[in-house]
Design a protein around this ligand. Structure first.
Ligand SMILES: [Zn+2]
Length: 117
C-alpha cells in the first residue's frame, strides 16, 4: 500500500467516525419515565457512551497514525520498534502496536481486571 492509499483509508475512517454522531437524547436521562423505562434507558445510555468512548479511542489512534505518516514512522510498533505486519495494517491501518505487543497489552488489561475483582 502506498502512503497516499493509507492516508485515504485513515481519512475515510475519520469521516465515518465523525458522521455518525451519538444523539444527545440517547445519553440524556429521561425525567418522566417509569422505573422499567428508566432501566431500559439506563442501559441504552451505557451502550451509547460505550460506543462513544470506542469511537473517541479510534479517532485518537487514527490521528496518531496520520502523525506517524508525516514523521515517517508509520507501520512501526511504538513499543518495540519492529515493523507491524502488512496483513495487520491492512486490517487495522491505524494499528499502533505489532501483534505481539498488542497481545501483551490485552493480557495486562485482562490481568488488571482479574486483580481488581
Ligand atoms: Zn511491538
Amino acid at each position: 500500500m502506498t502512503t497516499q492509499e493509507i492516508k485515504g483509508l485513515l481519512f475515510a475512517k475519520v469521516s465515518e467516525l465523525t458522521s455518525c454522531k451519538v444523539r444527545r437524547e440517547d445519553i440524556a436521562i429521561g425525567k418522566n419515565a417509569d422505573e422499567m423505562d428508566e432501566i431500559q434507558q439506563g442501559s441504552d445510555r451505557t451502550l451509547a457512551l460505550d460506543s462513544l468512548t470506542r469511537k473517541w479511542e479510534t479517532m485518537t489512534l487514527v490521528s496518531e497514525a496520520l502523525t506517524r505518516i508525516e514523521s515517517d514512522t508509520y507501520g512501526i510498533c511504538v513499543e518495540c520498534d519492529e515493523r507491524i505486519g502488512a496483513k495487520r495494517l491492512a486490517a487495522i491501518p491505524w494499528a499502533k502496536y505489532c501483534i505481539d505487543c498488542q497481545e501483551q497489552k490485552d493480557n495486562s488489561i485482562a490481568e488488571r481486571w482479574d486483580n481488581a475483582a
